[in-house]
Design a protein around this ligand. Structure first.
Ligand SMILES: *Cc1c(COP(=O)(O)O)cnc(C)c1O
Length: 339
């Protein structure tokens, strides 16, 4: 099977497994796992931040961050298609008692002008207190769209003027960073907290990082424990994350090139209405006949190819490190054959 449903489907290769099985470990709830500590220091340094916390998933890192930034009755501003709002089981309300002000914006991205009307006046008791802005780079629902770094800087400046923290859901931040040519430390300096997935394009089996100041991460450790995320000999999985950060970042460009190949093939087909312009490793194809999504998914499946139905009229294909050039050729052939 050629599995394009997600970049989460990858499995560790031999070298990654070797790194995992030979990792020195200890009890990480006691702070004694040398491999977890190494991963946290390595990633904090990489982003030019003080500290990092290894967590079970990207949902967990986002939810911990939000929990620290807001109080019950507060409000988070984010895109209406953002992961933190749409795909975390209502966690902002459930875990933090906060409401969400969702805003629009092109391809999963938001701008200062999208945010500005929704900053509530703190001296009027009618309104929830606006307490956080959260953005997603790259944007999943936006078809892997990358933020213009200048827009991020404008959002940061705006947040500063309102005294608001800025969180980055950077589940796929390395897909953005290998393309936007922005210095990683300068990029990271725009955010109060950053969530990074090791188990997406980077190819680790499990794990995400929450990155921020020492003070923030100290508090995050407590919330992680309360959320049931304190892990013991987690070094075995942290080793996979270290391996991924050291070996699998630059190769993301291969995934992006292959996604462009898929986009070009799709654009030649008369059953395709359009493709969200490909910027990274996510290809979202919009069908002419929007009711036929399941039919197309099944037809590809019969040819040994898995893709994801992605809402009305949309198919999602994601490239990742377990696909070969031959798989991409086979996919393009299948795209040409299907009607
Ligand atoms: C995958 C993803 C996450 C985290 O997902 P987990 O499955 O909980 O690791 C967060 N944000 C975005 C944009 C994602 O794509």
């Amino acid at each position: 099977m050629i599995d394009l449903r997600s970049d989460t489907v990858t499995k560790p290769n031999k070298e990654m497994l070797m790194a995992m099985t030979t990792a020195p470990v200890g009890d990480d709830v006691f702070g004694e796992d040398p491999t977890v500590n190494e991963l946290q220091e390595f990633s904090a340094n990489l982003f030019g931040k003080e500290a990092a916390l290894f967590c079970a998933s990207g949902t967990q890192t986002n939810q911990i961050a939000i929990n620290l930034h807001v109080q019950p009755g507060g409000e988070v501003i984010c895109h209406f298609e953002s992961h933190v709002f749409k795909y975390e089981g209502g966690g902002i309300a459930r875990n933090s008692g906060a409401s969400t002000r969702t805003v629009g914006g092109s391809r999963g991205r938001i701008t200062v002008s999208d945010i500005e009307p929704w900053i509530n006046p703190s001296n009027d008791v009618h309104y929830p207190l606006t307490q956080l802005v959260s953005i997603e780079d790259t944007s999943n629902r936006g078809g892997g769209a990358i933020y213009d770094f200048n827009e991020i800087k404008k959002i940061r400046a705006f947040c500063n003027s309102k005294g608001l923290p800025l969180h980055l859901d950077g589940a796929r931040v390395f897909n953005a960073l290998v393309e936007n040519n922005v210095d990683i430390k300068e990029y990271a300096s725009q955010f109060d907290s950053i969530s990074v997935c090791l188990s997406k394009g980077l190819g680790a089996p499990i794990g995400s990082l929450l990155i921020g100041s020492t003070e923030f991460i100290t508090r995050a450790r407590r919330v992680r424990k309360v959320f049931g995320g304190g892990m013991r000999q987690a070094g075995f999985i942290a080793a996979a994350g270290l391996y991924a950060l050291k070996n699998n970042v630059q190769r993301l460009k291969d995934d992006h090139r292959r996604a462009k190949t898929i986009e070009a093939q799709l654009l030649q087909m008369d059953w395709v209405d359009s493709v969200i312009p490909v910027e990274t490793n996510i290809v979202v194809c919009i069908l002419k006949e929007t009711s036929r999504v399941q039919e197309f998914v099944s037809a590809f499946e019969q040819k040994g190819i898995l893709m994801m139905p992605f809402g009305k009229g949309m198919l999602r294909m994601v490239t990742h490190l377990d696909l070969s050039e031959e798989d991409i050729s086979r996919l393009c052939l299948a795209i040409r054959e299907i009607k």
